[in-house]
Design a protein around this ligand. Structure first.
Ligand SMILES: Nc1ncnc2c1ncn2[C@@H]1O[C@H](COP(=O)(O)OP(=O)(O)OP(=O)(O)O)[C@@H](O)[C@H]1O
Ligand SMILES: [Mg+2]
Ligand SMILES: [Zn+2]
Length: 252
């Protein structure tokens, strides 16, 4: 609100601030609407200004954080098909579904600590059981907490690494940067060099204490064949979670 004045100071008087118990000179201005305006306690004014600046800074910080989270979501490469997947819309109508949902939710609720410890999750089992759904929900929780996450299928990642030609090492390193990597559709169809590159990504992330969530249709023994016993052990180390999805497809 801005106040318009017609004249300069036309009166002064000594007043005492109720709050600060301090005397000050209050000056009277005539407003253009004919009313009087008396200046207030300078300490109160100063406090008000400071409060306003603090409020503005807080607003700016919130806006900054929101822009940052929007950027993190963009970088996460979560496919539009999965962008609505959340814990809220995962229906747990059986005990088995409740178990996987609660385990994943617990992991997500402690995401900061889990990422700090580089804890991993393996979601193994049937198609259409919500492995990707729960992984995406977890990635979103991480991003909302200000962490970086990247979603990729193994096929997509291997293509990118293959395309990198002589620069494969850099392409592999790119996948070790995000705090959380969602590695979807770990399957058989990899040649031995591709398998080695997949191994490198997971192993480098392990060395750098970064979390990975793996989804696969393969039974555990087959997953061991693809990734190797050593990698599976590393994924399970330090409180790693393994969840089995064994019911009929939601897609039907
Ligand atoms: N319990 C559930 N509640 C609500 N939606 C579900 C549930 N399970 C699966 N869906 C939905 O069904 C579809 C398939 O789920 P999703 O892609 O997560 O399965 P998946 O286990 O990753 O399958 P695949 O192994 O084929 O990749 C998605 O649209 C997902 O949101
Ligand atoms: Mg899936
Ligand atoms: Zn005062």
């Amino acid at each position: 609100m801005s106040i318009k004045f017609t004249f300069g100071i036309i009166a002064e008087e000594q007043r005492t601030c109720d709050k600060h118990k301090q005397e000050y000179t209050s000056r009277m201005f005539m407003r253009s609407d004919g009313g009087e305006y008396w200046t207030g306690c300078p300490i109160c004014n100063e406090e008000e200004q400071r409060q306003k600046r603090r409020q503005e800074q807080l607003q700016e910080q919130i806006a900054y954080k929101q822009r940052q989270i929007a950027r993190l979501f963009k970088q996460s490469a979560i496919p539009p098909r999965f962008s609505d997947d959340s814990f809220d819309n995962y229906i747990a109508d059986t005990a088995e579904k409740s178990t996987v949902k609660n385990s994943m939710l617990e992991f997500a609720n402690n995401i900061a600590n889990n990422l700090k410890l580089g804890r991993n999750v393996i979601l193994a089992g049937n198609s259409g059981n919500g492995k990707t759904h729960l992984s995406v929900a977890t990635a979103k929780t991480a991003i909302n907490g200000g962490h970086t996450a990247l979603f990729t299928t193994v096929g997509e990642m291997i293509d990118k690494i293959n395309e990198a030609g002589w620069n494969k090492a850099t392409a592999i390193d790119n996948y070790t940067v995000p705090d959380l990597l969602i590695l979807d559709e770990v399957t058989y169809t990899l040649n031995s060099e591709e398998q080695k590159n997949l191994f490198k990504v997971i192993n480098k992330r392990y060395e750098q204490v970064r979390s990975t969530i793996i989804q696969t249709n393969l039974p555990m023994p087959d997953l061991k064949n693809v990734l190797g016993e050593r990698i599976i052990d590393r994924l399970r180390e330090n409180g790693g979670v393994v969840l089995y999805f064994t019911w009929e497809s939601y897609r039907k």
